[in-house]
Design a protein around this ligand. Structure first.
Ligand code: NAP
Length: 347
């Protein structure tokens, strides 16, 4: 009895272990910061690339030679490689698995649909199977988080809640819509760490460069597309909260406000005293073969069950992104003026 109590106590005191796929991505980097802050040991799966792809997590990386301080550990694996997933789950023995890895770009998914489905749909299945077979063999319990996407609702009119039918309009959204009994979260996080070819970041990145004189024009597609953008840093808290529940379930995480790309332009350019109409041109190449008009989530369930709510609103988010990208453009300008960097041939 005494030894059982001791075991239970040491289990309670043990540092929790999380496995994060997509750790080098926008949401993965915020989630890792959040989990480290909570005292977790975080293992990230990274894929091999010819250039280092760890820019978003370099600031929290500690060399593994500092064994007691290095609580974020990176391992090579790929969602297209089932054996690597199973091996790392057996070695790491995570308490929680967060599957954030994806070919996450909607427009690109029309160019590489086969690969998108393989990584997003089949990749999730590979990871789930690795978790399932690990739990069966080891008798352990592992909690699993699957990132869905607001794009799964596609053409279904807003507001979109957990019971709203999916109507995907792209290979990416169709791949995310694969249901394998796993609860999903659907959200639309953005931040200063968003990839530069996603519209919000594309705007703030170009705006910073326009402001310092490195660029004059910005080419965009459909300005009337309306999205429920929230801060990725807020959304990762909801991910963690979901895995602290006893019962797995679906959640829509959203700000419950929808804004068009044009509104994003108004707020961001206006913040730096510029008129977006002087700089933005429409390029039909950026229109998608099938558009999603309006996404606006209903996050009542996440608020009620998890006690989650967003802290950063639309204007604050836009300004946060503009501030970071203006600072980045200023650093670029110094390097360009000193001849250490090409200005990049942007019109
Ligand atoms: P992101 O910035 O594009 O990051 C994607 C991550 O997945 C990166 O770490 C990427 O690695 C990794 N990855 C891609 N292919 C992989 C593969 N074959 N094997 C292993 N890793 C691979 O995406 P995010 O914005 O952080 O989004 C996180 C998750 O939420 C994704 O599943 C996304 O679809 C979903 N989601 C995001 C949003 C949003 O608006 N942010 C909205 C809805 C859903 P590299 O760094 O090497 O490329």
């Amino acid at each position: 009895m005494a030894s059982e109590n001791n075991e239970a106590r040491s289990e309670e005191m043990r540092r929790k272990i999380a496995l994060v796929t997509g750790i080098t991505g926008q949401d993965g980097s915020y989630l890792t910061e959040f989990l480290l802050e909570k005292g977790y040991e975080v293992h990230g799966l990274i894929r091999r690339s010819s250039n280092f792809n760890t820019q978003r997590i370099n600031h929290i990386y500690i060399d593994p030679h500092n064994a007691d301080k290095a609580l974020m550990k990176l391992h090579y694996a790929d969602l297209s490689d089932a054996s690597s997933l199973r091996r790392w789950i057996d070695v790491i023995k995570p308490d929680e698995v967060y599957n954030l890895a994806a070919q996450s770009h909607v427009a690109v998914s029309f160019e590489i649909p086969d690969y998108t489905a393989d990584v997003v749909a089949t990749g999730a299945l590979r990871l789930l199977e690795a978790v399932r077979s690990h739990t069966v063999d080891s008798g352990r319990t592992v909690k699993y988080y699957q990132a869905g996407s607001s794009e799964m609702f596609g053409a279904t009119p807003p507001p979109q809640a957990e019971t709203t039918p999916f109507h995907p309009r792209s290979p990416y959204a169709a791949s995310k819509s694969l249901r394998i009994g796993t609860p999903l979260t659907t959200a639309r996080p953005t931040s200063p760490r968003r990839g530069e070819n996603f519209v919000t970041r594309k705007i703030t990145r170009a705006l910073g460069r326009i402001k310092v004189g490195l660029q004059r024009k910005l080419f965009l597609g459909n300005l009337q597309a309306s999205r429920d953008w929230g801060f990725a840093g807020d959304y990762v808290e909801a991910m963690w909260m979901m895995l602290q529940q006893d019962k797995a379930d679906d959640y829509v995480v959203a700000t419950e406000e929808s804004h068009t790309v044009e509104e994003f332009l108004e707020v961001s350019f206006g913040y730096l005293g510029l008129n977006w109409k002087d700089h933005v041109e429409i390029d039909k190449r950026y229109f998608r073969p099938s558009e999603v008009d309006n996404l606006k989530g209903d996050a009542s369930k996440a608020k009620e069950v998890l006690g989650w709510k967003p802290k950063v609103g639309f204007e604050k988010l836009v300004k946060m992104m503009v501030d970071e990208d203006l600072a980045l453009a200023k650093r670029e300008k110094v390097l360009v003026d000193a001849g250490y960097m090409d200005a990049q041939q942007q019109p």
